[in-house]
Design a protein around this ligand. Sequence first.
Ligand SMILES: [Zn+2]
Ligand SMILES: [Zn+2]
Length: 774
Amino acid sequence: MQLVVPDHDSSDSDSIRKVGIRAVKARKRDQDRDEQPRPWHHFRLPRPSVRPEFYDSDNSDSEDDLPKRHRIAHRTTATETKEPQNSIPTSVEQHLLEGGRHPPAVPHSCSYCAAITVDVRRQLAKVTYRGDAWGRKGWTTGYRKLPLTVAGAKVAGRNGCAFYAYLVAEDDPAYSVRNEIWGSTVGRIPYEVRMQDSRCGLALGRRKGEFREFSLYSVPGQKTLHEFLGNQLPPNLVPNSQLSFINIRGWLSECRQKHSLCNSFQRAYMPKRLIEVTRAPGSDTIHSRLVTKPPLAPYAALSYCWGGDQKSKTVKSVLAAYEKEIAMSTLPQTLQDALAVTDGVGLRYLWVDAMAIVQDDDDDKDEQISQMHRIYLGASFTIVAAKAVTSLDGFLAPREKYQPTIISARLDDNAFGEILAVPKPDTHDDYNLFTRGWTFQETQLSTRILAYGSRELVYTCLEAKHRDGGYEHVFHSSSQSLYYDDSGDDPAAQMTRHLDPGNQQVGHAEHPLGWGTIVSKYSKRFLTDGLDKLPAISAIAEEYSLTKRVTEYYAGLWKEDFLQQCLWEVSFNTARRPKEVYRAPSWSWASVDGAVDGAVNVLARPYGEVTEEQVGVKCSCSLLHVETTLVSTRNRFGRVSGGFMRLRGRMRKVLWSSTGIRAGHAGRAAEDPASKWPEEPYGFDSRLNLTVDDVTEWPRDMEVEFWCVEFCTFFRDGFDRGRGLLLERANGQEYHNLSGEIFRRVGVAGFGSNVAHPYWFDDGVSEWREIVVV
Ligand SMILES: [Zn+2]
Ligand SMILES: [Zn+2]
């Protein structure tokens, strides 16, 4: 594995690390001294977990002073009592000492749910988990009954019971509908406790065929489910709390002190412009302003979805004003929250694209975008607003949707205790950011990531993963089962699959497969503006050029192993090749929208276990010339305004049609009558496998004339085979400055032979030609 070599001397990186640690320590001292409550420290800790105190007194005070979004829905029936600001119960301190993790926000409890006793006796386990087909280890207690019927649950919900309200809520998108047989829910509500791979769940029938699930946890300080969950704590529901920031500081300093991979990946760099965040000692108010060319210091970066045009962004006309002060209230919530995190963990600077780049200055834009890889590589950490769909959403609001309920549990024949039931997360909540094109390189090039999901915060660096509560276990267990990825219903674990700090998972394969894998992952993401296709991956390209033996870059393809990279293939018949605005030559994957498999490896290595000698991959095509025209010379990995390649290869004409069940994949040689292949529907030649990039370019049921050009040949399974491109003759007048026959790519092609017929190109009608592909 080739690691990134730092391009600065070690004293720089040492000093940046020391500055970071000093800043954190200084800030911590400030906070220890500071006795004033701050608006974002509204989190009230529960008292030690003795049941009556949870519902006989309420720990909240002065909620009316808080903005509405900072309230967490909890107690509904209890009387209000005041509690001193900074009294941290011993059990919580103990938890912080043990793992630096969180107790939950004040759990719900009321007379309705107090009547429930969930039976989690292991000796009830008579059946293994139904999902055993995947090799999961698990068991269930079988069905038991709650005290209430569904009708009773609706009444309880209306009367303020959060547990029953969630169970019967109709409008909650998170509720699960599963095709499981729950029998009749006439009568008392059936439930089942499920234990599986160190996770506990409570499934409750809603109505016939439907159930809703809670995740179960031990109450902090009790060891009720310890046997199954170990030290796992419930999710932290107040991400904007001092305790949250203490956790984060712990993870960051552990990484800075102990992780050599992470520290060698990060580079010393200071972006041209940053938001500076300051706060007078003892003051609640954060001040922010834009600074240009600040001295080398640790900074955070933000990765988020714009979700439309931004009202607050730096343009030439406001630059001077922003350099004096940026009023916090004018910033969208996601930026305000990112500044709160920056300040909360003790940093002074934050990089946000909308603010750090002058949006109406093309020169500044080009310059900054060409520095993107340095900006993310240089950041101490990147804040990922995974949950926020637009910049107005924010990510630090209390996670009210996951209000826990404290419930009695029967642990053994004579042992009772309490457990926490937390609504099961909706796994689709945290995906938005990971479908967006620009955010791909932002997370790939970060050393440390703080990803704020809808239920949990995930920290990940090159060497560690943490979360602020939830099933920590799931991060480590996926490799135990060959067939079942148990992160399936755990959004935090799924989130980490999209987060690849240090580009470890995809970037370390050898070229060209490493690049192909990057292209494959990137191509699944969407861009608002298709013209960003090349710019939004330019930072990764730049980083790749520094760490791999590659030289020239042509619209998303490297000079090295160029022809092999041209064999990218659309994954399904869903790709489209937009024509309105020129984006890239047709041989570049950047010319299509949609998932692309870029790691086609036929030229580099054989399939399966066949050795290279047996396969004998021979390149049969010569690349004579390739060139592209850059829109801006500032970024050689950026947009292009034109390009072509000149090749000499063996060619043969085919007829393709989108008819029939093998639409998009079949065709026949142009000179062959359809009747030549009676065994094939529509008379297709079974030796051909054509994959057209965008099948909507031609009408259905019409045969179109294309050309095949052979790139390579090999021998496999007793037959001669080959790969190449599918081309269409281009309108020569548009390319009058290019001499020769001009084609454009419309797809890729596989060629073969069979028992009765020779290799397709050996039928005797192919010809060698020199052509241009635009
Ligand atoms: Zn209740
Ligand atoms: Zn680390």
